[in-house]
Design a protein around this ligand. Structure first.
Ligand SMILES: Cc1cc2nc3c(=O)[nH]c(=O)nc-3n(C[C@H](O)[C@H](O)[C@H](O)COP(=O)(O)OP(=O)(O)OC[C@H]3O[C@@H](n4cnc5c(N)ncnc54)[C@H](O)[C@@H]3O)c2cc1C
Ligand code: SF4
Length: 501
């Protein structure tokens, strides 16, 4: 039985019918998984520590676990599996569906008889999504999400059948609040479990083997066991869920988490089942401890977006990886790896990312993602950065979010329009612009905000395509109001900014 680093689930179908007296579990830490793209030190540490905790739990329960700890050898998981099959000579090799296309292909290549089991840690199976997609052209999250609510009986009206709780499916309009000039005030600290001995050993090992990797480990407080994942869930439900919806899109200096849950790592490593997070949040609503808008907003992310992006990933791989509908060819600016830039929003978000391996959704989408999109960076390079720097990065979820939602590389599979905005959006949703040397209202001149310059330049560069998209009509009309000489100046400024990076 093969268990991968993001499959640390004691309820996994792998265990059904398995017998500790007969079956052997195989797990391996390999360098390739941390180096095939660059990887944040905290990302490597959370995977390795959670794997070792899982190994120890299984052994304590009487399972024989063949476990290969990380060393300096540049082996891949598939090569290691090949060696283990030669040594152990199993009758059958079973694995649950991996979270990455590349990995599944390479495991199948070394073990053609591999028995790949359906992953029950998701609420929509790959096959189920494929069937849902049949006959549908462009799929939209909203309709998939409604289906999922009905199918799983989540936040449904308990009296009227088939109706959503509160009469509306979606309270997104109430979820776009900013903090205003006063700022967020006192926010309950989002502290995670402190590292135990095993985690501290892993941290030391990661520092030793991967000294040149991005990020650092001094704040490490990520969950590495199901019990710790429960603690993180409880901390969120009690202290931050009630305000989650309203300020979901807001950003503030030195406040990486605000009201967000920090549950993505626990969910992605399978330390916490999404059903558990959804049910627990719904219970808070039913008990009158959180509003419907807050709870619906949270549940939509997990039951809706999370399952939707996974479905799209498997539907469109392997082609998704190279999609580049806008023909973007620029390189990723070097400051994505250092945070050294005069643009304060990027300095804050990249800095926080390197510090904690974390940024919330709007920081990823509307700061780092938006800048790369406006600049015209090749989507695959943007994807490699996101996969490297976030502790929760696993390809099935990262790739559609990056290449699809954030870079519009998929030409509209994931979203109906590119998420583009000028620096004024960042000014409205954060306090970043207040301390920046640029002015978000200006598109030309020495104080022009690069986001604003590049925004108009983006609309001009892709005018033909955007004009044909009804959802872009307002933005295109605003561009039409620019005088020809203004447009020319913006284009010159955008080009010279691009070359200065
Ligand atoms: C460019 C880009 C790259 C991303 N890469 C990843 C990634 O590698 N791994 C990852 O788990 N998420 C990714 N996301 C989605 C989202 O940003 C993170 O899930 C979220 O920020 C994690 O923080 P949190 O747990 O505090 O989330 P919260 O804001 O508290 O949300 C609750 C949960 O909902 C789920 N969720 C929310 N938004 C999404 C989404 N768009 N897609 C899928 N699930 C979602 C997550 O499981 C999250 O834990 C990415 C988004 C963008 C725009
Ligand atoms: S002015 Fe522009 S570059 Fe500066 S923080 Fe605001 S959006 Fe970012």
């Amino acid at each position: 039985m093969v268990i991968l680093g993001d499959q640390l689930d004691r309820e996994s179908p792998l265990f059904s019918g398995a017998d500790p007296a007969r079956d052997c579990i195989w797990m391996a830490e390999v360098r390739e998984e941390a180096t095939h793209v660059w990887s944040h030190k905290a990302r490597i540490a959370v995977f390795l520590s959670a794997m070792r905790h899982f190994r120890d739990e299984l052994r304590a329960q009487g399972w024989k676990v063949e476990y290969r700890e990380l060393d300096e050898r540049p082996a891949s998981l598939a090569e290691e599996l090949h060696g283990a099959i030669g040594r152990l000579r199993p009758e059958r090799v079973r694995v649950v569906e991996p979270g990455e296309y590349r990995l599944e292909q390479s495991l199948r290549a070394v073990c053609p008889e591999l028995d790949v089991l359906t992953d029950t840690h998701f609420l929509c199976t790959r096959q189920g999504f494929r069937e849902y997609a049949k006959g549908r052209g462009q799929m939209r999250l909203e309709f998939f999400y409604r289906e999922m609510r009905k199918r799983h009986g989540v936040l449904m009206d308990t009296v009227m059948t088939g109706k959503p709780e509160g009469g509306e499916w979606n309270y997104d309009a109430e979820n776009r609040g900013a903090f205003g000039k006063k700022g967020p005030g006192l926010i309950p600290a989002a502290s995670g479990p402190p590292p135990d001995l095993l985690t501290r050993q892993v941290i030391a090992r990661v520092e030793e083997i991967f000294p040149g990797h991005p990020g650092q480990l001094r704040h490490f407080d990520l969950p590495v066991t199901p019990a710790e994942a429960e603690q993180v869930l409880e901390d969120f439900l009690s202290h931050r869920l009630p305000m989650f919806g309203e300020f979901q899109d807001a950003m503030w200096t030195d406040q990486p988490w605000l009201y967000h849950s920090r549950l993505s790592v626990a969910l992605n490593l399978k330390l916490l089942h999404p059903r558990r997070a959804i049910t627990a949040a719904e219970e808070r609503y039913r008990a009158g401890k959180a509003s419907l808008a807050a709870v619906e907003g949270f549940i939509r992310q997990i039951l809706g977006w999370r399952e939707f992006v996974r479905g799209l990933y498997w539907l469109h791989m392997p082609g998704y990886l190279e999609m580049n509908a806008l023909g973007a060819q620029e390189k990723l600016p070097a400051f994505y790896w250092t945070g050294e830039t005069e643009m304060r929003c990027l300095r804050e978000v990249v800095g926080q990312t390197l510090e904690y391996g974390y940024a919330h959704h709007i920081q990823r989408l509307m700061v780092t993602g938006l800048f790369a999109l406006l600049l015209g960076v090749r989507p695959r390079l943007v994807h490699e950065w996101y996969l490297a720097v976030y502790v929760d990065a696993v390809e099935w979820v990262e790739l559609p979010n990056t290449i699809g939602m954030s870079q519009f590389g998929d030409g509209g599979i994931m979203g109906s329009k590119p998420y583009v905005a000028s620096g004024k959006y960042i000014q409205r949703m954060s306090n970043y612009c207040a301390g920046c040397r640029y002015d978000p209202a200006l598109s030309t001149g020495p104080k022009a905000c690069p986001f604003t310059t590049l925004y108009w330049d983006f609309l001009m560069r892709h005018e033909e395509r955007l004009r044909a998209n009804p959802r872009m009509i307002m933005q295109v009309r605003n561009m039409d109001r620019l005088r020809p000489e203004q447009k020319a100046l913006i284009q010159v400024q955008a080009e010279s900014f691009r070359r200065s990076l």
